[in-house]
Design a protein around this ligand. Structure first.
Ligand SMILES: O=C(O)CCC(=O)C(=O)O
Length: 277
């Protein structure tokens, strides 16, 4: 029988794992986060640069691979995901960092990670780790069960006024709805889940879940977040729209060389990805 946590992840696409990280483990996660900030790789960006929404973001820093592999091997993520998914094997994919500063970083627009990376299957998860206690109004938000629904085109993360401008275009994937605008007009239109978190808590989310990060504000001014991504047995390669090689996120471009051999439906495997179980 499924545990409440397994059921929540499978049905809702997200679950809060309270107190998963000890203070010592959290400090080591923070060291990896800080290393990325101090040694930005070629794909570090300021999203919405020069606007009130500016957010520092980096995906898959090539220089941090060994440190990150060491980190994820020393914390029981393998056991967590093996149990959560019912997977024999667990691999680590890569990290992402988000930094919203001085009460100004805006909302991370609603999106699904599966619009950016060629992934399919149930055995995928993001571990969202923030180093501050995050109040609910500033938390990561997810639409319940959306990982089992439509796979939308991505947002291009460039247009500060229209978060639905497609990443790929060409109609291969449906355009994102403007979830924020719709929710302002109809507060109950979407079943949105989010949690206030304490340092050490981990929000675990299936990356096909529609999600967005609420902004920081005058009372919660800074958010430092490390996202670690994992996959398991049933993870498969599913290509993005064919004209979209330039739509790969930088992380996708970097990691593409390690998965170039994969065809649609192939198990997502490469010796590049650290096996944890
Ligand atoms: O923390 C955020 O603002 C966004 C997080 C996100 O997009 C992710 O975890 O994939």
């Amino acid at each position: 029988m499924k545990s409440t946590t397994q059921k929540a992840f499978a049905e809702d696409g997200a679950v809060l794992i309270e107190g998963f990280l000890s203070p010592e483990q959290l400090a080591r996660c923070r060291a990896v986060f800080d290393w990325c900030l101090e040694h930005p790789g070629p794909f570090a960006v300021e999203l919405f640069a020069g606007t009130e929404k500016e957010t520092h973001n980096e995906n898959a820093n090539p220089g941090v691979v060994e440190r990150a592999n060491e980190l994820v091997s020393s914390i029981p993520f393998g056991d967590l995901f093996a149990d959560l998914w019912g997977s024999k094997n667990v691999w680590y994919f890569a990290e992402e960092v988000f930094l919203k500063r001085n009460g100004k970083g805006g909302r991370t627009p609603w999106h699904q990670d599966t619009s950016y990376l060629p992934w399919d299957g149930m055995h995928w998860a993001n571990a969202w780790i923030s180093f501050e206690g995050v109040p609910k109004p500033n938390a990561l938000e997810m639409i319940r069960g959306s990982h089992r629904g439509i796979r939308y085109d991505g947002t291009d993360f460039k247009d500060a006024d229209d978060p639905t401008v497609p990443l790929h275009g060409g109609g291969a994937l449906p355009r994102l709805p403007d979830i924020e605008a719709e929710r302002r007009a109809h507060p109950n239109k979407y079943d949105i889940i989010s949690w206030a978190t304490q340092p050490g808590d981990v929000v675990v989310m299936h990356p096909a879940t529609l999600h967005g990060g609420a902004p920081v504000d005058a009372t919660f001014r800074d958010r430092h977040t490390l996202v670690l991504r994992f996959f398991g047995d049933d993870a498969i390669f599913r290509s993005l729209p064919s004209h979209s090689d330039n739509g790969f996120t930088p992380a996708g471009l970097l990691l593409l060389e390690h998965i170039r051999h994969l065809k649609d439906g192939d198990p997502f495997r490469s010796p590049f990805f650290k096996q944890l179980r």
